[in-house]
Design a binder for this molecule. Structure first.
Ligand code: SF4
Ligand code: SF4
Length: 222
């Protein structure tokens, strides 16, 4: 899922200060799962903003709405009336959702309330970790299911770098060395020999380094 974190209240307040009628628009999928922008977070943020503006002696009307996914046109259609009633939208979706809403409702200012951070997983309660950079050419088969692109600090395709200590990365000792994990898992599968094959440099043109990407599914085009 896409993992993000709600922006600090002071930053959000500064974004919305020019508007007197605000729609806080939540997203019921990824950002809900990571507690950044679902229905509950919309309600909490709306209360905090109302209180913060009240303290300043300023009136702001805040409407709350959460759609299932802001990155799909089908769902953001439901927000049309609420968007029309307000001066601006504070979107608590990921960056894709914010832009989808801005694209459809071109006349409404659409502001981000979340810092979109990475593609990752809920590792344990309260801990989300990055697992994929969306490189466009998945190599998990070569590396026993551990991604060196997103999980090795140096993105080594032919690791390890030699700096790992006690199974931890030399760049950040709080992080497992991806290459230690790759080696351990390859051993478990009896596939350690696969790691002695040189892996050529990654072709980054399939990643965002090659510019904005598109995925076309001809079979779905109508
Ligand atoms: S190899 Fe690329 S697509 Fe596969 S998990 Fe890593 S970053 Fe994601
Ligand atoms: S210590 Fe491990 S994870 Fe860290 S940079 Fe070196 S090989 Fe990559």
């Amino acid at each position: 899922m896409i993992v993000g974190q709600q922006k600090p209240l002071a930053e959000i307040k500064a974004e919305v200060v020019p508007f007197s009628k605000l729609l806080i628009l939540g997203c019921g999928t990824c950002v809900k799962t990571c507690f950044a922008g679902g229905e509950d977070e919309v309600a909490t943020l709306a209360s905090s903003l109302r209180l913060a503006f009240k303290k300043d002696g300023r009136q702001i009307k805040i409407e709350e709405l959460t759609v299932e996914r802001q990155c799909e046109d089908e769902f953001i259609k439901e927000a049309a009336a609420a968007i029309a009633r307000n001066d601006a939208v504070l979107s608590l979706a990921c960056g894709a959702g914010v832009q989808m809403v801005a694209n459809r409702y071109a006349k409404s200012p659409v502001l981000p309330g979340v810092n979109t951070t990475f593609i990752g997983i809920l590792e344990k309660q309260g801990l989300f970790t990055e697992k994929c950079l969306g490189c466009g050419d998945c190599v998990l088969d070569v590396f026993a299911g551990i991604c060196p692109v997103s999980r090795c600090s140096k993105k080594l395709m032919n690791g390890p770098c030699g700096g790992s200590h006690g199974g931890k990365c030399e760049v950040n000792p709080d992080t497992d060395c991806a290459w230690q994990l790759i080696i351990d898992r390859s051993k478990d599968f009896g596939q350690l020999d696969r790691l002695s094959t040189y892996v050529p440099p990654k072709d980054w043109r399939t990643s965002n380094a090659g510019g904005p990407r598109k995925l076309v599914r001809e079979d779905h085009i109508i």
